[in-house]
Every structure is written in structure tokens, then in C-alpha cells.
Design a binder for this molecule. Structure first.
Ligand code: DLL
Length: 437
């Protein structure tokens, strides 16, 4: 089913006309109401009326997360506080959190967009959806909640944690849709098995996973562990939260973008130059309808590709490829670029190791090293020492051929890596700690 065929299946030309009209409105609004944008545009000598075509977008300046931090908490809001009805925030790893606000219309748009996204993933009003994102300042739980409610699914607002109870709820309430981060979904499966419950035998049939990068190998792992169809969806709090893009079931690995609300571009992360369709780079989004927090050319730092290839589902919107990582989580180890997703792909395709890993970066003398810690499965752990040595060698060789540097590999006992409750923390960089300087 298509939730909003009028917008999801719009003729390309019509969509572009709508986007241009909305772009002109949002630029004018931001200029009139947000001091930060007025100053930025004035400095560059750009006036809102200079936007005459979609191609003019490339002339507008970027917005970065720093702008949100520097204007903490409400400095980028384009409406008075009387019109704000919800606040969320993302903590990030450093400095002040970024705060995002919503008007009543924004909340309505958000619920609509999440309704589109869950419908295209296959949710119907007959489903029972358990939300395992934390209810709080994070946009994940509330975003999915109101979108699923709009579709008419029965929501189990389990929130994060209490992992054993989550399994009992699934059994007792007959949960059919599991909503959360892919890493927490793996943990849930493991806890279920520990309780003597086979996740495959549970009524869960569909997973809506997002909020962190995960590979195709991880998808296969999750589908096998739960006996479900695992779908990906993408969003970020600055732009709206979840509901920016999602998979439709016809083209795994590619997510339809709600283009009537978000204008997407891909740029070269180093030069800022726009790239074409089918070219890999950093996703940049302009919000077209947000009232409280309009953002122009927001640099997401997420690495993806856009395509306009037609999709068998009938939707005509641009699609973005599964996010392979962030431009700022590329690791540089002795001058070699390494993406955590490359490591995940290798690990998940090797028998005998569990899908739980951590990447440690350190320094020995002046030299960087990378250590990949990975858990053994119960079966491999109780096996022969010789087999373990052989396994370690195999992992090392496979990683080396993909990364072009030789990592250290450490095999750990089952269950020794801390399980994530929300977004997994895969990389620990000891090089940044003062004693290593
Ligand atoms: O994670 C919003 C969200 C919640 C999306 C629930 C989907 C489901 P933030 O906490 O602001 O918002 O984090 C946004 O998370 O820039 C990406 O780096 C990453 N991210 C989100 N979804 C995906 C995904 C929410 N499907 C940041 N694949 C984004 C890869 C993702 N990375």
C-alpha cells in the first residue's frame, strides 16, 4: 500500500515545481525570521529572491551542526516559543546538545512522514508494534510512535532496556513489528535465546531498524536471528527525526526520500562541490516545510548515493543508498582510510564469530594500530585451540585484504563486549586520550 500516493508518486516535473516553490518560501522565511541566516546571506551577498530555479540551491551557504550548537538552545527557531509544542535534543559526543523544536504543524508533518515510511516497509493497522527506542529527548521513539499510531497499528511503548521483559511482552502481546536500533535487536535475540525462547518462533514478522549504520551482512544476521524481514529507515533530529527516508521492500539497500519535504543533494565532503546522481558523497538536506526549525543545505555528514532510477513499487521519489558511514567516522590509521562498515562486512561473513565487535585504535610509540575485538560463538569457544588460531588468522587475512593494513585481531569469550541499548559504540579511539600524546 502507498500511504500518500499523491506525493509519493508525483510526476518528476510536478515534484520539482513544488520543491522550487517551497524552497523559495523557506529561504525567505529563514532570512526574515532567523538572525543567523540573515547575517549569513548578507555576508555572501545573497538575497532570497536570487533563488529562481532549483539549480540556484548550489549558490546558498551550508548549515552545519556547529550553527545549532552556537545558537543553543533556541537561536535558530523561526517561530516564537508560544508556537513550539515539542522539544527534542540529541546529545552527541562533545559539547552542548543540539535542540530541535516543532510547531503543531511540524508534528503533524512528522507523523505523516513516519506513516509513509512504516507503510512502505509493510506495516498495516493489523500490526502490533513494539518500540524499543528510548522515550525521551531522542527523536526515535516519539517519531515512530505517532507515525505508527496514524497508520492504526497497536503500539507497545516498551522503551529501551528491561531486555528480558521486552521478550515477555513480545510473547504475551503478540508483537509483530520490532522497532529499534539494529544493534539492540541483535541483543534482544541473544537475550531471548538465553531465556530459552526461540526468537524465530515469536510472532515478530517485520523489523523497522534505523538510527545507526548497519551493513547488508548485519541485515542477513538479523533476518536469520528473528526469522523476519529487516528494513532500514533513515533520519536525523536536526531535519525532523526518523521519517526522512525508508525502504519499500522492492529495493533493499535503497530508501525513498520524502522529497516534497526534504530537498536532497550529495556533495564532495572535502570541497563542498555538488555531485551528480549515482555519485557517492555527503548527503545535504534542505527542509522545505519545517516551520519551527528550517535548515538550509544542512550537512548531515552521512555518506550515501542518490538515484532517480524507477522503483518497482511505483513511487517516483529519489532514493538514497543505505548509509555506509559518516564522513567523520572514517578512521585514519597510519594514513590509511578505514570505515567501520568495511570491518563489519568482513566480520559478519565469517563463521564462528558472533555479530558483536569493537574497534580499538591506539598508538605504540609513534605508530598507530587498529585492533578488532570480536566475540566467538559458544560453539567456536569450546572448540580446539588450533581451530581458534586458524580462525584468528583467517579474520586477519580477510581484514587485511579489504583494509590494506594489517589489524590486530583479538578473539573474546562470548558475551564479553558490552551490549548496546541504543546506538552501538563500535569505535574506541585511545589515540585521542592525553596520555597518548
Ligand atoms: O537517529 C533519528 C532516527 C531515529 C532515525 C530512529 C531512524 C530511526 P539522531 O540521533 O539525530 O537521529 O542521529 C542522526 O544517525 O546523521 C546518521 O549518522 C545516523 N542514522 C540515522 N538513521 C540511520 C540509518 C536519529 N538508517 C544520525 N543508517 C544520522 C545509518 C543512520 N545511519
Amino acid at each position: 500500500m502507498i500511504w500518500d500516493p499523491q506525493h509519493e508518486c508525483m510526476e518528476r516535473e510536478q515534484m520539482q515545481a513544488l520543491q522550487l516553490q517551497r524552497l523559495q518560501q523557506v529561504v525567505a522565511r529563514a532570512y526574515d525570521r532567523v538572525a543567523f541566516y540573515r547575517q549569513l546571506f548578507d555576508e555572501k551577498g545573497i538575497r532570497p529572491q536570487d533563488v529562481r530555479s532549483l539549480a540556484d540551491l548550489a549558490r546558498l551557504p551550508f548549515t552545519t551542526k556547529d550553527a545549532l550548537r552556537e545558537n543553543y538552545p533556541y537561536g535558530l527557531f523561526a517561530v516564537p516559543m508560544q508556537q513550539i509544542v515539542r522539544l527534542h535534543a540529541s546529545s552527541g559526543t562533545t559539547g552542548k546538545p543540539t535542540v530541535v523544536g516543532y510547531t503543531r504543524n511540524d508534528l503533524n508533518t512528522w507523523a505523516e512522514l513516519v506513516a509513509r515510511m512504516v507503510t512502505q516497509a509493510g506495516v498495516t493497522s493489523g500490526d502490533i508494534a513494539q518500540i524499543t527506542f528510548g522515550y525521551g529527548l531522542f527523536t526515535g521513539a516519539f517519531g515512530l510512535h505517532y507515525g505508527l499510531e496514524r497508520v492504526g497499528a497497536a503500539i507497545v511503548p516498551a522503551s529501551v532496556g528491561n531486555t528480558e521483559k521486552q521478550i515477555t511482552l513480545m510473547q504475551d502481546f503478540g508483537t509483530t513489528v520490532l522497532v529499534g536500533t539494529p544493534s539492540y535487536a541483535l541483543h534482544l535475540a541473544e537475550v531471548a535465546r538465553g531465556m530459552g525462547v526461540d526468537p524465530v518462533a515469536l510472532p515478530v514478522r517485520l523489523g523497522l531498524f534505523g538510527a545507526e549504520a548497519w551493513t547488508e551482512e548485519m541485515r542477513r544476521e538479523l533476518e536469520a536471528a528473528w526469522g523476519i524481514k529487516a528494513t532500514d529507515n533513515y533520519g536525523l533530529s536536526e531535519i525532523i527525526g526518523p521519517g526522512v527516508a525508508g525502504e519499500c521492500g522492492h529495493s533493499p539497500g535503497w530508501m525513498h526520500i520524502s522529497e516534497d519535504h526534504f530537498l536532497a543533494e550529495v556533495i564532495d565532503p572535502h570541497t563542498g562541490q555538488p555531485l551528480g546522481l549515482e555519485q557517492e558523497g555527503e548527503l545535504v538536506i534542505t527542509t522545505l516545510t519545517k516551520e519551527a526549525l528550517p535548515l538550509i543545505r544542512y550537512r548531515t555528514k552521512d555518506i550515501t548515493v542518490l538515484t532517480a532510477q524507477p522503483c518497482a513499487c511505483g513511487r517516483t521519489t529519489l532514493r538514497m543508498r543505505k548509509v555506509s558511514g559518516r564522513s567523520d567516522d572514517m578512521l585514519i590509521v597510519s594514513g590509511v582510510n578505514v570505515f567501520p562498515s568495511q570491518i563489519e562486512s568482513v566480520l559478519m561473513s565469517i563463521e564462528g564469530i558472533a555479530p558483536h565487535y569493537q574497534i580499538i585504535l591506539g598508538k605504540k610509540g609513534y605508530l598507530d594500530y587498529i585492533e578488532v575485538q570480536v566475540e566467538l560463538t559458544e560453539e567456536a569457544f569450546t572448540g580446539q585451540f588450533r581451530d581458534l588460531e586458524e580462525l584468528e588468522r583467517r579474520i586477519k587475512t580477510r581484514l587485511q585484504s579489504v583494509l590494506s593494513i594489517g589489524p590486530r585481531v583479538r578473539l573474546l569469550e562470548p558475551h564479553s563486549i558490552e551490549r548496546s541499548q541504543g546506538k552501538a559504540r563500535r569505535v574506541i579511539d585511545l589515540r585521542r586520550q592525553p596520555q597518548d600524546k
